[in-house]
Write a protein that binds this ligand. Structure first.
Ligand code: NAD
Ligand code: ZN
Length: 347
């Protein structure tokens, strides 16, 4: 079968022939419906090398850590309830499956992650940017009759903001609450929609690209372009108080600085983007009791909740669909910042 493979550190992936997978015990073979191209893949194939980056992300493996598909074949020992032909979303993270974190569906924080051979489907283990993918049955989330192609980004671009937003609900679910979303790409656009779906908060959003800001406005956000007065303009919208929750989908030093300059007393800043920016904290200069945190992906239980929002029409990933033959072009455009909407490869 054809697949998009991360073959070599610091080089673009390649479209090549690999062996069609066979589902092992407890696994299911999916005929891939869609696989999203996430910006984290760019870090995998551009930034890492033998010394930098997780040992589990050594080449080579098939990319695609947010994917969906139809059941083609059921491996030995899979329990009841999975039907050939049914559509599922893949929960990518794969921990040991038996530690306390995995037992509560939070494979991202697996206590045995350091000794696992991979992090996720598409991150160390073959993922969904191919004609077929084999995954453990426990990683499947049913899609029912919802469109599986547009659903693919939900498993990362939807789940990651959802997890971060849920952890911030205590500051967002109060009268007059405000949120700031920085970086309106695959994750940020869904982030805006999820805040709107879960809370009554006013959503302020920003990106360097006018087109991205226009799309966030269509989802109900108020946008503020970059510039020297940006933090002041954001504070003005909040009546001078500052924003209750900030979600930084870039994570560079200037965006973390913007987050900290915009946040309210007792507010919460979540750095989601992996640009590697740092911030010098001091007692003075930051409002009291501001929480600054990072986050990694989400739980499978939360992915069921994300799918419920999607099936109810409350969130809709904005996708640009590419054929498998054009998958490398999708990554090129992602890296160049030329996409509007999440690139989904539909083989
Ligand atoms: P993307 O390329 O689709 O979107 C990034 C957006 O940020 C673009 O619209 C871009 O114009 C905007 N941007 C870049 N620099 C900016 C700046 N200085 N100010 C404002 N906007 C700026 O990327 P994505 O796939 O949505 O991923 C976003 C980030 O989240 C990446 O760093 C990715 O690696 C990371 N990520 C983290 C997790 C996690 O679990 N923590 C999961 C998935 C992705
Ligand atoms: Zn575990």
């Amino acid at each position: 079968m054809r697949a998009v493979v991360f073959e070599k550190y610091q080089s673009a992936p390649v479209l090549t022939e690999v062996e069609k997978p066979t589902p092992g015990p407890g696994e299911v073979l999916l005929k891939v419906a869609g696989a999203g191209a996430c910006h984290s893949d760019v870090a995998v194939f551009r930034e890492f090398d033998k010394e930098h980056g997780p040992a589990q992300l050594r080449p080579s493996f098939v990319l695609g850590h947010e994917s969906s598909g139809w059941v083609e074949e059921i491996g030995p020992g899979v329990g009841a309830g999975i039907e050939v032909g049914a559509a599922y979303l893949v929960y990518g993270p794969m921990g040991c499956g038996h530690c306390p974190a995995c037992s509560r569906g939070q494979d991202t924080y697996c206590e045995n992650a350091a000794t696992m051979p991979h992090l996720a489907a598409g991150l160390g283990r073959d993922g969904g940017m191919a004609e077929y993918v084999a995954v453990p049955a426990r990683n499947l989330v049913p899609l029912g009759d919802a469109d599986p192609v547009a659903a693919a980004p939900l498993s990362d671009a939807g789940l990651t903001p959802y997890h971060a937003i849920k952890k911030s609900l205590p500051v967002l679910q109060k009268g007059g609450a405000t949120a700031l979303v920085i970086g309106l790409g695959g994750l940020g656009q869904l982030g805006v929609q999820i805040i709107r779906a879960l809370t009554g908060a006013t959503v302020i959003a920003t990106d360097t690209k006018p087109d991205a800001m226009r799309r966030a406005e269509e989802s109900g956000a108020v946008t503020v372009p970059g510039g020297p007065d940006q933090a002041a303009a954001i504070r003005d919208i909040t009546g001078g108080r500052g924003v209750d929750a900030v979600f930084d989908f870039v994570g560079a030093a200037p965006t973390i600085a913007l987050a900290m300059a915009s946040v309210a007393l007792q507010g919460r800043v979540t750095v989601v983007g992996i640009a590697g920016g740092t911030y010098e904290w001091g007692f003075y200069g930051v409002p009291y009791e501001v929480e600054l945190t990072s986050t990694y992906w989400g739980t499978i239980e939360e992915l069921h909740e994300v799918v419920a929002l999607y099936r109810a029409g409350r969130i809709t990933p904005d996708v640009e669909v590419f054929e498998l033959d054009d998958a490398l072009e999708a990554y090129r455009r992602l890296e160049a910042g030329e996409l509007s909407g999440r690139a989904v490869v539909a083989p």
